[in-house]
Design a protein around this ligand. Structure first.
Ligand code: NI
Length: 171
């Protein structure tokens, strides 16, 4: 396993629409393991493949945040949101690609997601709470959407400007 570098704002690859996974093979399994290790190391509760520069519809999610919590990773491949609840819930979100920035986002409280697991087997999952938010946030990444796209334009422009400036400073 390896820890992969995480892309951050304003990297244009974060705006790409990722491609479906067609083959469930050993390289995919290796990528999933690397993504998981990268996510735990960050630490974060969700990671999309494009955040490590891989343009494929792949997510890893694990809500266990603390070291002592039992790890329960989910591998989510080619996900599709097939139902959203009419009720919405606010959550303070962050993103490994936008370090140290948190903002409240409102999304449907519950979602039903259809995806494939690491073996290609179809799975249907109904989620609420933090898992519902994490799934929606990560699926957004596969479509080139970031959580800052759901906040006010003023706040979004301010944070983008900050990251553009920082990237210039680092050369
Ligand atoms: Ni994110």
């Amino acid at each position: 396993m390896a820890i992969l570098p995480i892309l951050s704002l304003p990297d244009p690859r974060l705006r790409l629409v990722s491609k479906p996974v067609m083959t469930f093979d050993v390289p995919l399994r290796r990528l999933l393991d690397d993504m998981l290790e990268t996510m735990y190391d960050a630490p974060g509760i969700g990671l999309a493949a494009i955040q490590v520069g891989v343009e494929q519809r792949i997510l890893t999610i694990d809500l266990a945040r603390k070291e002592e919590e039992e790890k329960k990773p989910i591998f989510v491949i080619n996900p599709e949101i097939i139902w959203v609840s009419p009720e919405m819930s606010p959550y303070e979100e962050g993103c490994l690609s936008i370090p140290d920035f948190y903002e409240e986002v409102e999304r449907p409280s519950r979602v039903k997601v259809r995806f494939q697991d690491e073996t290609g087997k179809p799975v249907e999952l109904e989620a609420d709470g933090l898992l519902a938010t994490a799934l929606q946030h990560e699926i957004d990444h596969l479509n080139g959407v970031l959580f800052i796209d759901h906040i006010s334009r003023l706040k979004r422009e301010r944070i983008i400007k900050k990251f553009v400036k920082a990237a210039k400073r680092e050369g």
